[in-house]
Design a protein around this ligand. Sequence first.
Ligand code: AMP
Ligand code: GLY
Length: 434
Amino acid sequence: MKILLVGSGGREHALALKLLASQIPVELFAAPGSDAIAELGTCLPLEGEDVLGLTSWCVEQRPDLVVIGPEVPLVAGLGDALRAQGLTVFGHDAATARLEGSKAFAKAFMQRHGIPCAASATFTDLLAAEAAVLAWPHGFPIVLKADGLAAGKGVVLATSQKEALDTLRAFMGGQFGAASRTVVLEEPLVGMELSLHVLVDVDQEHARYVILPACQDHKRIFEGDHGPNTGGMGAFGPLPFLRPEDVERMRIDLVEPTVRGCQQDGLTARGVFFLGVMWTATGPKLLEYNVRFGDPETQVLMQLLEEDLPLLLTEIAAGRLSRNEVQIKDGCAITVVLAAEHYPEGAKKGVPINLGGADLTIIHAGTRRQDGRWITNGGRVLNLVARAENLGTARLKIETALPQVSWPGMQVRRDIGLKALTHAMAGKTVQDAW
Ligand code: AMP
Ligand code: GLY
């Protein structure tokens, strides 16, 4: 089976490994891929946003399946362009990808379809937005979101009116170009954040979906959830204290109305929805939609998934998903991100990495090969991945492997999953204060 994987990060390296673990022989191509992915297949000198270039490659090479990793090509319409050529694509159309590409569109969708979420207001006019900040009834922090894609930097939790006004002026003044000229102000939600991935095959005729194990990411750079936000410093899943009835509640409250909403609005969905959920005192609320797999959640999910990935993704891409459950391995998976010096403000690149004989899966997120050595080449550099019978032992596996991998300035959080483990050991549930 010939597969084209679009993307280049840790998520795509994890997907590539799982695609190649299939029963059927897979010939893997990646665009643009990475030096680590190049060890698994052929990397093409084409960026994910190069819709024309990728379309002509696909028309000529006729891959059996295209898997689109990141959100930018989805929002740019790569899925539409390839499907128009009769290709089988795992990844949403641009119209559906707006659920991630425009926060204002996503909030209107949530409100239209009765999906529990933070109260919000959308502004395109600076004076009106400033007035709303001055009269804000929902308390602090005021959550400000750039409408469009801003590489994960478009959300600010302002703890004062001044910070909110400064952020508004920066956003609407074009800090992220057109992406931040429209701004969504949001009520702060308090509770436990989790990542819920749903594989979706939805069109006007049918609506089928599969909920994957709920994961939890760790966004802040420092242990104890301190310091600036990052793309994610580590994740694990499933949440040990989440009961079947909790997942059922998210299915009824969040997933069902999303899927029905797509149908009502004429949106086709052939890919994944990654729901950012805040479990508040009054139950789960939707923070945001992502139309792609999470990074580093994917590294966890690929460890847990028992299924043959090329076959599963083909079912969805071809619009013939015929089940509402997939096989999941027992136990718990965890990934810990090893990040570069100065991340997230910057990233010291070109530093040689010591990669000893660590006895677990190592995913490459931001590395390059130079003179036969791996060097740092991004903010999030490597991800250690382990699976074990429970979260505690999975954490131990990482601890055991950690001394084998290092470089000067490497940053790592040693507390991934610790808060959840403590919560579970105290007999608490998702309803209890986090
Ligand atoms: P996003 O870029 O939309 O994923 O937002 C980044 C992070 O901001 C989320 O993962 C949450 O931790 C936080 N966040 C977003 N919206 C809210 C909200 N309404 N209340 C509290 N935290 C939020
Ligand atoms: N891990 C969060 C994200 O992928 O957006």
